[in-house]
Ligand binder design. Structure first.
Ligand code: GLC
Length: 738
């Protein structure tokens, strides 16, 4: 014992002479103290080296803790649709674990298409439990970049073209994920609206478009959702990389919005130390360290916020002011997650999660067209032909960082066969060949999609079988391959790839009982739209894809999805592809269309879309009464309540998304003809009516005025338009803002 005392005394003596901390042993900071007190306590104990270590990565997806103080490291994981497979310490390659297969939930475009805040909450709860069970602290998602062009390779990960819809649909997801003691990392903040040159595109746009279109969903995630972290995007804004862009990070996110969480760089989004120090980047991930290879093992000390920053502090270039602020935010993130004493334990691959995936998928599928009630499948149908590669191809593998290793994925063909029952013959014809590959970072689909027959032989086979079938279900669309719906690339055209149009046209000539189902995260051109009686937009639906798809096809679920973005008739109708605009964007790029994104553009230019924002049919019909207001005018601090009755006039239960748009009759600055400012989904039995009420406040009437600068609602006349789609207004009523 005496020897031990001497040793401790010696250690203390050494400590007091060399300035290293006195021996304290593993100090477990009081887990029940309030977080800010715990931050002050930890910060007061940490050395310079310990502070530097927690503000940058230590592996591909983790950053260091403070082992000496019992502060654990922070583990992040992709992605927005499910928990990414474990990868090797320094690599993207999967680690080959056998306990990390999970549930793939539908793509966020499908979630947005439900227009149902409850589905967003269910989604966040479910994916949050899977992240917690996999012991991850930060979920790198959801993504809410605005759908500016139909060619963006990552639109499938986002929530569409409208800032209000995206904002409303992201908040419950954020809140429910974080109830698991898992932080969301809302991405990619901001203006990351294409993939090809995402690392170098230098975006500029007018402030109205910035504040009215591209920021609101992030603002809602922060201010209403309470997001604990946010991911800086790769691109530049006005000449400065966004991960440390003074205006976006310091002035707006942390200044105007009061964001108290951590800003995490996208992987490889940091290219310098000075701006990263001064402009609010809190955690640096994914930096390609030595410049000689794409990634160097143990190159983490070379990170811009590692040794270069430490040297800058030691040589007096920097004080520890910014460092302490970064550490505060990282510690706050750790205390909210890894060291959260109240966090639950989560679950993966549970029946509840599969049920959630199936329900969200079923609610997100959009019935675009159904002439002659081709759908739902007639009870008399005895021979169903399924055509198309997307009926069988796994879609959870590929597409970039959102790729997953699932416990299972039910294909549409599997789902149809399971639902059709034994007295219905379900046959399959390939129809076309898309991409026979199926692997990503070492995760393989295990499918052999090889095909030796020619395109014409495949069409001939499908057509001959179609002629003897009661119903033909074509299942095509896009996939997760390069230049399809895939990170790092954009689409090259809006047309369906792989010669699908020829197959669809041939089938339409062969049978009147044809439904075309598109599995995609983007709008596509449909030259055959007038020849096809029924069209479903089916999205990437995840592990339960086939079951959700069959639920709608057979009518077990009455489709209630609505489009979260416009389908143009042709690419040049899109505001991002108007005359004189180039795509993909390279170098400096100005968003010429300004606030006129999506339906705002189609309304302004009076261009008829192929299918409009908010469009979606049902197997029943809904009738709208007259919209009524509780008063005819309001003042800026007041509200007006709009009530409208909706009735299910058909013979089948169903759900309708009642949409409220606001039109500003006269304004000092140009405004879109109408803007989405409310929506509610109502479930109605046959013949049932419900009254839907919207409370309209000044925020629904406001626009951003750069001259103030700020938001303002101008007095004058407004119109409230209520309908089933942006191009299907059923009733409208005017009122005054005093
Ligand atoms: C990727 C993506 C981002 C992802 C991160 C980690 O490049 O842009 O969404 O979360 O890197 O995989």
């Amino acid at each position: 014992m005496k020897g031990f005392r001497l040793a401790v005394a010696a250690a203390l003596c050494v400590a007091c002479t060399t300035g290293t901390p006195k021996y304290e042993g593993p100090v477990y900071l009081d887990p029940n103290a309030d977080i800010e007190a715990r931050i002050d306590d930890a910060l007061s104990r940490m050395t310079l080296d310990e502070k530097i270590k927690i503000i940058h990565a230590q592996s591909k997806f983790s950053s260091a803790g403070v082992p000496r103080l019992g502060i654990p490291e922070l583990w992040t994981t992709d992605g927005p649709h499910g928990i990414r497979t474990e990868v090797l310490w320094d690599e993207w390659e999967q680690a080959g674990w056998t306990n990390d297969s999970i549930v793939a939930f539908p793509a966020l475009t499908a979630l947005a298409a439900t227009w149902n805040r409850d589905m967003s909450a269910l989604y966040g709860k479910s994916i949050g439990e899977e992240a917690r069970y996999r012991e991850k602290d930060v979920l790198l998602g959801p993504g809410v970049n605005i759908y500016r062009t139909p060619l963006n390779g990552r639109n499938f990960e986002y929530m569409g073209e409208d800032p209000y819809l995206s904002g409303q649909m992201v908040v419950p997801y954020v809140q429910e994920v974080q109830k698991n003691g898992v932080a969301v990392c809302v991405k990619h903040y901001a203006l990351n609206n294409e993939e090809t040159y995402r690392h170098t595109t230098d975006v500029d746009l007018d402030d109205r478009a910035l504040y009215e279109i591209y920021l609101p969903a992030f603002k809602a995630a922060v201010q209403e959702g309470g997001a604990w972290s946010i991911m800086g995007s790769y691109n530049l804004y006005r000449g400065q990389h966004v991960c440390y862009n003074k205006r976006l990070i310091m002035d707006i996110l942390k200044g105007e919005w009061g964001f108290d969480g951590a800003v995490i760089s996208d992987w490889g989004g940091v290219h310098e130390t000075d701006a990263a120090v001064k402009n609010g980047l809190d955690l640096e991930f994914g930096t390609w360290t030595d410049g000689l290879t794409m990634g160097a093992t143990n190159g983490y000390d070379a990170y811009f916020l590692a040794k270069p920053y430490r040297d800058g502090i030691l040589n007096g270039t920097y004080t520890t002011k910014e460092l302490d602020e970064k550490c505060r935010r990282v510690l706050r993130l750790i205390f909210r997650t890894a060291m959260n004493p109240d966090k639950p334990f989560g679950a993966i691959n549970s029946e509840a999660h599969y049920a959630a995936a199936r329900q969200i998928g079923g609610e997100g599928i959009v019935l675009l067209k159904n002439d002659g009630a081709v759908l739902p499948v007639a009870a008399s149908a005895r021979k169903i032909l399924v055509v198309g590669e997307n009926a069988v191809k796994m879609m959870t593998v590929g597409g970039g960082s959102s790729s997953l290793k699932v416990q299972h994925e039910i294909s549409p063909l599997d789902g149809i066969r399971a639902r059709a029952g034994k007295d219905v013959e379900v046959r399959y014809a390939r129809g076309y060949v898309g991409d026979v590959s199926g692997s990503y970072n070492g995760v393989t689909s295990g499918q052999d999609l090889s095909e030796s027959r020619s395109a014409q032989e495949l069409i001939d086979e499908a057509v001959s079988l179609a002629k003897e079938s009661d119903l033909v279900v074509f299942i095509g669309g896009l996939n997760k391959s390069n230049n399809q719906d895939c990170e790092g690339t954009d689409r090259l055209a809006m047309d369906l790839p792989y010669g699908q149009d020829a197959v669809i046209s041939a089938l339409a000539a062969a049978t009147p009982n044809l439904v075309v189902s598109l599995i995609s995260g983007n709008a596509v051109a449909m030259p055959w739209v007038d020849q096809v009686p029924a069209i479903l937009q089916a999205w990437y639906l995840g592990s339960e894809a086939g079951n959700a798809f069959a639920d709608v096809l057979f009518g077990d679920v009455n489709p209630s999805g609505k489009l979260p973005f416009t389908f143009p008739k042709k690419l040049s109708d899109s505001p991002a592809h108007q005359e004189g605009m180039t795509f993909p964007t390279r170098g400096k790029y100005f968003y010429q269309e300004g606030i006129y994104v999506g339906y705002r553009w189609f309304d302004e230019k009076e261009i008829e879309p192929l299918f409009a924002f908010g469009h979606g049919l049902s197997y029943t019909q809904f009738e709208y009464g007259e919209a009524k207001l509780d008063k005819t005018s309001m003042n800026e601090n007041g509200t007006i309540t709009l009530r409208v009755t909706v009735r299910n006039a058909g013979d089948r239960a169903g759900a309708e998304v009642v949409q409220l748009y606001i039109a500003d009759a006269e304004s000092s600055l140009p405004r879109p003809k109408k803007e989405l400012k409310g929506f509610q989904k109502v479930y109605l039995a046959p013949g049932e009516s419900a009254e839907v009420a919207f409370t309209i406040g000044a925020d629904a009437l406001s626009f951003y005025d750069p001259a103030l600068p700020g938001w303002k609602a101008e007095s004058g006349r407004f119109e409230a338009l209520v309908g089933a789609a942006s191009d299907d207004i059923r009733t409208q009523v005017a009122f005054e803002l005093k």
